[in-house]
Design a protein around this ligand. Sequence first.
Ligand code: SAM
Length: 139
Amino acid sequence: MLAMLPDLQEGARLVTFDVVPWTEIEECLLLPEDFADGRLAQVIADVGDAQQAPRHADLIRAADLVFVDAAKDGQLERRILANFDAIGLKDGAIVVFDDIRVWNMLDIWRGIKRPKLDLTSFGHYSGTGLIDWTGPAES
Ligand SMILES: C[S@@+](CC[C@H](N)C(=O)[O-])C[C@H]1O[C@@H](n2cnc3c(N)ncnc32)[C@H](O)[C@@H]1O
């Protein structure tokens, strides 16, 4: 998040979904000034929950880039993808999936039928994947 913030295009926004407010995390690297100009915002919601995620459908559908870096418990990311499917992302949206080489994530990553690219060699050792969300899905 902090790496993306300085390079946001003019007029762009960066919204992070989390389950715990950043103000409640000890030694959090975020500072109040990071939110001062309104380009960065935090929404507290479980995006893996089929009732909660649709409440943020307009925001999720407006995103050009969605970076998924959550629990890696073998279930949550599957639910997040199902919720994105139900909500529908915007045309041309790219989903960056973090940690695709983590054991719990292998099956989820391999099961994605949309056009996707394993960028681990350019990302970090635990895996980085790109999904072309609106590209043609394999049957
Ligand atoms: C490894 S951190 C990633 C932080 C962020 N990507 C960054 O780079 O600053 C994982 C984050 O996932 C969030 N998270 C975990 N489960 C979630 C859920 N079900 N819905 C929304 N956020 C969730 C947690 O709040 C935590 O901040």
